[in-house]
Design a protein around this ligand. Structure first.
Ligand SMILES: [Zn+2]
Length: 1124
């Protein structure tokens, strides 16, 4: 029986949740917040531009924390950036039917939102920007639909050549495949596109000269190449194996200290590995002494290499044959010699890394093919552009991929097919995702006192897929087929096509994402909520004080409190604030506005926490401004001489929880904590770190909390809407796995600054804190995903709490948090009706308004496995697999988890090979076009610190990363597992664009260049030993390589184009990420380089992780075993 059709304990949001019982709410919030402006999120503008700016030296008072959200002097003086979010036109509520005459106060939707994007055509924007059919909108829509139809009915698509290795212009025109609205290079990615996979295996002609006859997207490994194995363990590639046709002299490998004259301009793909590797067996690649190349004029970046690998391809297989490689040190020593012919001792050969699928190439191809056109969501089952492509989204009936991404946009009709393929069916949902200013936030719809119109049976919300019948008097539910009466106030006539005539006037009928104003029925205990509160809880034990942390936090809060989240054009935030400090005891502060000085109340009985004051603890910032400022001045002085080193932790959360309970509101605790809580108190912990457990059956205990106490506390917090954000500053093990439990289950965020040093880490911490305090967050959130008959949501991954099998509860849900949902079949699906998802999030806004945010998505269904494989999204697949594996380590040995991952992916690829690829190519590795990066990305997950830790990785690091990844969106997991590596010395100082990324392998690095590597948590700047002195001077302000200090976490501000360019790149990356990345300067051959090399994920890792080439061979072997 479908969960959708179950008689639940009541409509999910229509009645008090069981967990909410006993919730008293007499005093606050009985009113529907008449003063709350209805326009949304004026105060939020995503990553604040202000964060880009370096923070002035410590101690000095900075400019206001962000330039992104200065408080408006009045409701009419919002910064223009706010208008982009003011989708209702200056904050007017949209009461169901927006006046189509009211123009939207926002820039044209067709503008690109990031530099580098080509301006998009203005066509099709009118229908998107406003409701009510604007002039010509029908025509535009028809044009658009026509374009889509062409794409979706011709069963054509970017042929493998287009997404393969050829340059974009090499896409062979496929008749009928180009969108009517597209440019010559744009090939729409509609549902049934893509060449039949069999043609992939047969090898399409390579459109790229000069090897027109070579198959390029045939993802094969040659069976006739026995022993890919033994490549040198150093990941170096024997120079002699490069065909002379690479056209340039090659430098030698570096058996010893590098010589200054050894950098030459060779083909990028053949740049030397800068570490020692076996001497070249061929005399043709001797040293080429000469002056060091200027980095800016060095060899071209290797992202578009001449691809010598193809020259020696045979039979469409991957890779060219290499010379003898005796010292094979891969992680899969069992792989040599598979496929060898009996009786024919083969010469050892190996794969050419340039001939196997390149993440960089796939990313670049998608950018050039799909970055120039907006992604219009009007068609079912469209695969969106990659997360690495900058594109605009136009909502025409399905949720933007910024809100929902799926592992596949074409779902097998039957459970058997799904099981056969082993492709997980999952959606990665980010309900409150930040949109670029050019896109429209979900409109707010008010259906009046009776609340949102819903299906009588499954309670799905009105959406574009509901079918109106009987002249509009009833509608049939697209999820459960139940027929429901249309409420009189909602009745509207249908046109000749059966569509309501107010279709375009109602977001809930024409758009994928929108919001409903919730009625009192959707509130706890049938009472409207109070505005939430923020409570700042500062550890004032010895370490926190001594490091300067306490003073830093207090100084920061003085200004940051003016930037609490505000709604729309509200002049001030509705959020109240409170303050607690603690070590072994807790100190509460009365900061009531009528007081001349703040008052401290100490609670030393931490065993039974209570809040010693109600009145004056949570206050309005403006009203209590002077008292708060006085308190924040006094706190560092009060504890300046403390000798207390022990802390409590659970009582701190309990105190915050009790305070919110007393105030009858939801809220967030910001806890700044330094040490393992060993003081006598509930939740006291002991140091149980033990790295000897790694690779044993007990390793899982390192990820488990050491006590259930925190799980129970988390449950209480969720019931109250008490979200816990945790800022950790450990100098040793503090058991992140246990301390993070409440944060994790309440939807909070965790930040860790190990060995916090004020001068080095304060920028990062303050930027994180500012963003965390200011970002959009919903409270008391409950999310449910409904599905059409045939599939249902069965599993959930993320930071939340679940008290039943369907509702995901989050005390707080911010704009960065992602929930991954897995679906399974419970019946057959049909190709005609497809599959529908509806994600409904009920939450309380920062002003205390109860709302429902609805995201709808329609997917195609298929009876042919080939259609499934043609419409997969590997980045999303990896997001799911990583989360699945990271949860698995809680219950299984890490090796078991790793093996299961490998096995599942082998099954996915074997099923493709067996059912979709040409039978003539038995024994060759054939990868589906959409999944050709699955092996390289999977290998990155397998090598990650959680699943295969390096020696330097601490237990806390692993627990921390495990927790972070669980809430990451697809873009974040993509760059986290396969970091972005940019050649800085190739950057065009006159352009805003980033230099083209290169693959994450040491052999791609040139010692005459500098590179930047980012993974969402760290930025490394790697400096080769042969970098030109002038460049070193320009970037670091020192005259030689040896003078570069890697103690600094910033680049000096120097007035020259190169310095400005590099710093602007760093700033640009910082803004794109949800956390401020730590900048680490790495000098080649310095000891820090080992840390850096850990992120060169295509190489063999020190902790035993396989190189990409070796892993691909291993996958091939696994697949062959499954097929035989
Ligand atoms: Zn229904």
């Amino acid at each position: 029986m479908s969960v959708n059709q179950q008689a639940h304990t009541g409509p999910p949001y229509g009645q008090p949740q069981p967990g909410y019982q006993g919730y008293q709410q007499p005093a606050y919030g009985g009113q529907p917040l008449p003063g709350v402006p209805q326009s949304q999120y004026g105060a939020y503008n995503g990553p604040m531009p202000g964060y880009q700016q370096p923070v002035p030296p410590q101690g000095s008072l900075r400019a206001p924390p962000t330039s992104g959200a200065p408080p408006p002097a009045s409701a009419t003086s919002l910064p223009s950036s706010h208008l982009a979010y003011g989708q209702f036109g200056h904050g007017d509520v949209q009461n169901g039917i927006p006046a189509s005459a009211a123009p939207m106060q926002r820039p044209p939707a067709s503008q690109p939102f990031l530099p580098g994007s080509a301006p998009t055509p203005v066509s099709q924007t009118s229908t998107f920007q406003q409701y009510g059919p604007p002039p010509a909108s029908v025509q535009q829509l028809s044009n658009h639909m026509a374009g889509m139809t062409i794409g979706s009915t011709t069963a054509s698509a970017p042929p493998p050549a287009g997404l393969g290795y050829g340059p974009p212009t090499s896409i062979p025109p496929v008749s009928g495949s180009l969108s009517a609205t597209g440019s010559g290079l744009y090939t729409p990615y509609t549902a049934s596109q893509g060449p039949p996979p069999t043609s992939v295996s047969q090898g399409l002609p390579l459109a790229q000269p000069p090897f027109p006859g070579q198959p390029i997207s045939t993802q094969r490994l040659p069976t006739q190449v026995p022993g890919f194995a033994p490549p040198p363990s150093s990941t170096g590639i024997g120079p002699s194996s490069y065909p002379p046709t690479t056209g340039a002299p090659r430098p030698p490998t570096m058996p010893g200290p590098p010589l200054p004259g050894q950098m030459v301009a060779g083909p990028p793909t053949s740049q030397p590995n800068h570490v020692s590797s076996p001497p070249p067996p061929s005399a043709t690649s001797g040293p080429h002494p000469g002056p060091p190349m200027s980095g800016l004029h060095g060899p071209p970046p290797p992202t578009h290499p001449p691809q010598p690998g193809y020259q020696m391809q045979q039979n469409g297989s991957y890779g060219q044959v290499r010379g003898p490689q005796p010292n094979y040190g891969g992680a899969y020593p069992g792989t040599p010699n598979y496929g060898s012919q009996p009786g024919q001792p083969p010469p050892p050969k190996r794969l050419d890394p340039d001939s196997i699928p390149s993440p960089i190439q796939v990313i670049e191809d998608d950018r050039s093919n799909r970055g120039s056109e907006p992604f219009v969501t009007g068609v079912r089952g469209q695969v969106p552009p990659l997360v690495t492509t900058n594109f605009l989204v136009k909502d025409q009936g399905n949720a933007s991929p910024r809100y929902i991404r799926c592992t596949s946009y074409n779902i097998p009709c039957t459970s058997d097919m799904a099981k056969q393929s082993q492709v997980p069916l999952a959606a990665v949902i980010k309900p409150l995702a930040t949109l670029p200013p050019e896109e429209t936030l979900p409109y707010l719809v008010d259906h009046g006192e009776s609340g949102p119109v819903r299906c009588n049976r499954c309670k799905a919300y009105m959406c574009p897929f509901m079918q109106f019948i009987e002249g509009g008097r009833r509608f049939q539910c697209c999820f459960c087929s139940c027929v429901t009466e249309v409420p009189p106030h909602y009745f509207q006539h249908l046109d000749h096509t059966g569509k309501r005539v107010d279709f375009y006037d109602r977001p809930e009928l024409s758009m994928g994402s929108y919001e409903f104003l919730a009625t009192v029925d959707y509130c706890k205990n049938n009472k409207f909520p109070s505005p939430p509160a923020f409570i700042f809880m500062i550890d004032v034990s010895y370490n926190a004080v001594k490091s300067g942390l306490v003073r830093l936090i207090c100084e920061e809060l003085k200004s940051l409190l003016d930037y609490l989240p505000r709604e729309g054009n509200m002049e001030e935030s509705a959020i109240r604030v409170g303050f607690v400090t603690y070590n072994k005891v807790l100190h509460f502060y009365n900061v009531k506005s009528s007081l001349a000085q703040p008052q401290m109340m100490v609670v030393s009985d931490v065993a039974d926490m209570f809040v010693p004051l109600l009145d004056g603890f949570l206050v309005n910032v403006n009203e209590s401004r002077t008292v708060i400022a006085s308190l924040l001045d006094q706190i560092p002085e009060m504890f300046a001489d403390t000798r207390e080193t022990e802390t409590v932790f659970a009582p701190v959360i309990q105190a915050g929880l009790e305070a919110l309970k007393a105030a009858e509101c939801a809220g967030k605790l910001f806890i700044f904590h330094t040490s393992l809580p060993i003081a006598e108190a509930p939740g006291k912990l002991k140091n149980r770190d033990d790295k000897k457990l790694i690779n044993t059956d007990k390793e899982k205990t390192l990820f488990q909390p050491q006590t259930n106490f925190y799980n129970n506390l988390a449950k209480d917090c969720v019931a109250q809407g008490c979200c816990v954000d945790l800022f950790l500053f450990p100098n040793q093990y503090l058991d992140v796995a246990t301390l993070g439990v409440v944060t994790y289950q309440t939807g909070g965020s965790i930040y860790k600054y190990a060995y916090f040093q004020l001068e080095i880490d304060q920028d990062r911490f303050l930027n994180d804190l500012r963003r965390d305090v200011q970002k959009e967050v919903g409270f008391d959130a409950v999310m449910r995903v409904r599905t059409s008959t045939g599939i249902r949501a069965t599993d959930f991954f993320g930071a939340f709490y679940m008290s039943n099998t369907t509702d995901v509860e989050m005390a707080g849900l911010d704009c960065d948090k992602t929930i991954t949902v897995e679906f399974k079949h419970d019946d057959k699906l049909s190709e005609d009706s497809g599959a529908l998802l509806q994600c409904a999030l009920l939450y309380t806004s920062c002003a205390g308004q109860r709302r429902l945010r609805i995201h709808n998505l329609s997917l195609n269904c298929c009876t042919q496995l080939a259609d499934l494989y043609r419409n997969c999204e590997t980045d999303t697949l990896i997001n799911y697999l990583a989360k699945y594996a990271y949860r698995g380590v809680l219950g299984s040995p890490v090796k078991t988890v790793r093996d299961a991952l490998i096995n599942q992916c082998a099954q996915i690829l074997a099923c493709y090979r067996k059912n979709c690829a040409s039978p003539s190519s038995a024994g060759q590795l054939i990868l589906p076009e959409c999944m050709k990066l699955l092996p390289v990305y999977l290998n990155c997950v397998l090598k990650s610190d959680v699943l295969q830790p390096g020696l330097e990785v601490t237990t806390d690091d692993r627990a921390y990363i495990r927790q972070l990844v669980t809430s990451m969106d697809v873009a974040e997991t993509n760059v986290f597992f396969y970091p972005r590596l940019l050649p800085l010395t190739k950057a065009d100082v006159d352009s805003d664009s980033l230099p083209a990324a290169i693959r994450n392998s040491e052999e791609r690095l040139s010692k005459g260049d500098m590179y930047l590597l980012e993974n969402g948590l760290n930025i490394f700047v790697w400096v080769g030993v042969n970098v030109q002195q002038g460049l070193i001077q320009n970037l670091f302000g020192v005259s030689s390589f040896s003078q570069i200090s890697n103690a600094s976490n910033t680049l000096p501000v120097l007035e020259n184009p190169f310095s400005k360019k590099v710093r602007s790149i760093v700033d640009m990356l910082q803004v794109q990420r949800s956390r401020y990345m730590k900048l680490i300067i790495v000098k080649q051959e310095d000891k820090l380089e080992m840390l850096f090399k850990h992120f060169l994920v295509e190489d063999k890792s020190l902790s035993g992780g396989a190189s990409y080439v070796d892993f691909l061979c291993h996958m091939h072997k696994e697949i062959r075993q499954l097929l035989s």
